[in-house]
Design a protein around this ligand. Structure first.
Ligand SMILES: Nc1ncnc2c1ncn2[C@@H]1O[C@H](COP(=O)(O)OP(=O)(O)O)[C@@H](O)[C@H]1O
Ligand SMILES: [Mg+2]
Length: 259
């Protein structure tokens, strides 16, 4: 399998705290990778580093063979690496369709949009964006509420909308940070199915979760962080039995390791 993303010696310090410590990580094209670990392990910080929201203290990030370590978030998104957007990012007074269209305009402007404008004109571009947005909305199961205000959606659908916006950027790698947090079991099941469908579209997925149980069935491989360090990596079955992983989880949380 070819390498899509690679980071070497990636580190991020906040003052004296080493939130991510010398992390080596390789993501293969087409996989669903779980990035797991107890709360505070550094998972979200890794996502912020990969997407350009934080500057690393050290190390290097390579995406599609290009060094992206010092690029801005919109440049990284244009190269095809994007993340789901959390609730606080949604425009609550705009519709599901309008929010999804934001995904195109936010990140694609400088690249794809300009190209389209030169060749085909603005109106046709708008129509194409709309069509694409509607297709993504349908894919994420949000068609029945495409004209509903984001603020009126139940929590589960708001999370799905956050993924739709990321999908609008036409990513080849999508990072999902605890996409099922706060969801009921039915919504969780639906989201897990959608994540598999995203991968089946040819999009590589990195999924952050702190519950090991949740990612066991859907991830091809798992990487485990604890205190910013990679403590294990492998097949879900191997990780489940890894004493170091069990200790990390049992030390801090109940129920998570006992899958
Ligand atoms: N912007 C920040 N400033 C200072 N400390 C931070 C910041 N972001 C994260 N941290 C700290 O870094 C550590 C890792 O946090 P985080 O990446 O959010 O963990 P996780 O997502 O695994 O729960 C935590 O100790 C957290 O308090
Ligand atoms: Mg987090």
């Amino acid at each position: 399998m070819s390498r899509l993303l690679e980071c070497n010696g990636l580190s991020k310090n906040f003052g004296k705290l080493q939130a991510v410590a010398n992390l080596d990580l390789t993501i293969a094209k087409g996989e669903i990778r779980g990035l797991i670990g107890p709360n505070g392990a550094g998972k979200t910080t890794v996502f912020n580093l990969l997407t350009g929201y934080y500057r690393p203290t050290g190390g290097k990030i390579t995406f599609k063979g290009e060094d992206t370590t010092m690029l801005e978030p919109y440049q990284i998104a244009q190269k095809g690496l994007t993340r789901s957007f959390q609730q606080n990012f949604l425009f609550m007074q705009s519709t599901v369709l309008e929010n999804t269209l934001t995904g195109f305009h936010m990140f694609c402007r400088a690249g794809a949009v300009k190209e389209f404008l030169h060749t085909r004109g603005a109106r046709e571009f708008d129509r194409e964006c709309r069509e694409k947005a509607l297709e993504i909305i349908d894919f994420m199961g949000l068609s029945p509420m495409k004209n509903e205000l984001a603020g009126n959606l139940p929590h589960g659908h708001q999370r799905a909308l956050g993924v739709s916006i990321a999908m609008a950027c036409n990513p080849s790698l999508i990072l999902l940070d605890e996409p099922v947090t706060g969801m009921n079991p039915t919504e969780t099941e639906e989201m897990m199915t959608r994540i598999k469908n995203i991968r089946d579209r040819g999009i590589t997925v990195v999924l952050v979760e702190h519950s090991m149980q949740l990612v066991m069935n859907i991830c091809d491989r798992l990487t485990v962080l604890d205190y910013g360090q990679k403590i294990a990596e492998g097949l879900p079955e191997e990780i489940r039995r890894n004493p170091r992983v069990i200790e990390a989880y049992l030390g801090k949380e109940e129920n998570s390791a006992a899958a």
